[in-house]
Design a protein around this ligand. Structure first.
Ligand code: HEM
Length: 193
């Protein structure tokens, strides 16, 4: 079976099952992650804030792994995905998606490097990623402390813009933007000899 025949891969008329699964899994994890950050910022002593915050590191690290997979899959499918519109809106969408990928990578990466540099180690869902007891490395801690939260909020604003634009394309301008990510690519045509 070729790339064009398999529904796993993307197609100019819709995304394949791998891209869609990663997209909606990450959307759910980001919703959880931003809820934990918002509750923590409002009142970190609240029981709901404590509960959600207790998962912040594990869910954040999972998002780091997911974005690496998603970026690699996007590169494999490059040139075979739905094209952006032409003109200003298309250029804005291209730039917005690039910024989304960049922040989705940089935000959890800065926090992970900070955890490594702190020498305290990192465990994710009870599994040790790296052990503590190392020396403190200020060059790894400081960028995370200065930028992780700030860029995290910038990512929230970008995600909100992304959702608003996807809904506007679909319900205001009657385009099939959402369908391409919900129902995916059309079924491949199989020729009967
Ligand atoms: C894409 C994933 C992530 C997002 C969107 C995110 C977002 C945020 C946001 C918005 C804040 C500020 C909360 C506040 O002001 O109360 C924050 C804080 C924090 N995050 Fe994350 N985070 C992510 C991943 C991670 C990871 C992987 C770790 C640890 C390895 C982590 C550890 C922390 C810690 C310790 C804080 C409190 C200190 C600070 O504000 O820098 N986060 N995060």
């Amino acid at each position: 079976m070729t790339k064009d025949q398999s529904t796993l891969f993307d197609h100019p008329e819709g995304y394949g099952s791998v891209s869609r699964a990663l997209h909606w899994l990450m959307a759910a994890l980001f919703a959880w992650q931003f809820l934990s950050a918002i509750l923590h910022a409002v009142d970190r002593e609240m029981p709901a804030a404590r509960f959600f915050w207790s998962w912040h590191i594990s869910v954040g690290f999972l998002l780091l792994l997911a974005v690496v997979l998603r970026g690699a899959w996007a590169l494999i499918n490059l040139g075979n995905r739905p094209a952006h519109a032409t003109g200003f809106l298309g250029a804005a969408a291209r730039l917005g998606h690039l910024a989304l990928y960049l922040l989705m990578l940089v935000v959890p990466l800065l926090a992970t490097l900070r955890a490594y540099g702190s020498g305290r180690g990192l465990s994710v869902f009870g599994i040790q990623v790296f052990a503590g007891g190392g020396e403190r490395i200020p060059a790894l801690v400081e960028p995370g402390s200065a930028l992780h939260g700030l860029l995290g909020w910038a990512l929230l604003i970008l995600v909100a813009g992304h959702v608003i634009m996807a809904l506007a394309h679909t319900y205001l301008w009657r385009e099939d933007t959402l369908r391409r990510m919900l129902r995916g690519r059309p079924a491949p045509i199989t020729r009967i000899e």
